[in-house]
Write a protein of this length. Structure first.
Ligand SMILES: Nc1ncnc2c1ncn2[C@@H]1O[C@H](COP(=O)(O)OP(=O)(O)O)[C@@H](O)[C@H]1O
Ligand SMILES: [Mg+2]
Length: 255
């Protein structure tokens, strides 16, 4: 089982889009996949047409010990793809759990063994390095960092790497950064190419060869509550996420 957290404390870089679509592509290849939405904005849940608002059926309820995983887990319309949704209540978890012992590992504690029935567990993180992201990093054994190929792409990355080092030392020694995903790439601009070069210079061979090109179909697919491979299977967006997913699987030969 591989468990991968998609993190970057910047918002709007492609975390949710990548989690949603890599998940769908893995499931299409016959893998058993669990998506965990750890962002109170619940964009990943919405991406799969799930609205958990006001239903008391989200990861927050699991973290509070009020619901079992089986009560909250949803089978999506994609065969082999399950989802633990989020809702806005999760935003208060940080404050409510402040005095709870082991609060950084509470998700791992409650999900525990059930994760092992999956081939892949993909966790979508909020745009911060707070308690929810720390929880993701104790469940995960790998980190993918989606970066937007725009001017400020690498701003804040050193802070992220610092956080990774601390978690690895203190909470999860098996954690590794195993992939950088260049998102919203525009090959037609000099800036896009220059930023991509910078990202490769910084992260070297950790950067996936496949870049996710800018593609309007990707943003449209979210509002239609389906992954790109279902919404627009012929689009650049679908092709890119299929190619990326093949690279992700190919990593297993070298792990
Ligand atoms: N490759 C892309 N091309 C065009 N739009 C994209 C692409 N990837 C993501 N988007 C859109 O950009 C916005 C931010 O992406 P999202 O994945 O939600 O970022 P994050 O989860 O990091 O905040 C969303 O509206 C999404 O639909
Ligand atoms: Mg997001």
């Amino acid at each position: 089982m591989r468990s991968i957290a998609f993190i970057n404390q910047k918002g709007g870089v492609g975390k949710t889009t990548s989690t949603a679509n890599v998940g769908a592509c893995l499931a299409a290849l016959g893998k058993k996949v669990l998506l965990i939405d750890l962002d109170p904005q619940a964009n990943l849940s919405i991406h799969y047409g799930v609205n958990a608002q006001g239903k008391d059926l989200s990861i927050y309820q699991i973290m509070c010990g009020k619901k079992n995983v089986s009560e909250v887990l949803i089978k999506t319309a994609i065969s082999g793809l399950d989802l633990i949704p989020s809702d806005i209540d999760l935003a208060s978890a940080e404050v409510e759990l402040v005095n709870t012992v082991g609060r950084e590992t509470i998700v791992k504690f409650y999900l525990g063994e059930m994760l092992n029935v999956y081939d892949y567990v993909l966790i979508d993180c909020p745009p911060s390095l707070g308690l929810l992201t720390l929880n993701a990093l104790t469940v995960a054994n790998e980190i993918f960092i989606p970066v937007q190929t725009e001017f400020f792409a690498l701003q804040g990355v050193s802070k992220l790497l610092q956080t990774f080092d601390i978690i690895k030392k203190r909470l999860n020694s098996s954690l590794e950064i195993t992939g950088i995903i260049a998102c919203m790439y525009d090959s037609r601009t000099k800036l896009g190419q220059a930023v991509l070069d910078k990202i490769k210079e910084y992260f070297e061979d950790k950067v996936f060869v496949t870049c996710i090109r800018k593609n309007i179909k990707l943003s449209e697919s979210t509002s239609h509550g389906m992954p790109i491979t279902v919404y627009a299977p012929e689009s650049n967006g679908a092709q890119d996420y299929v190619a990326l997913t093949k690279e992700i699987i190919a990593q297993e030969k070298s792990i």
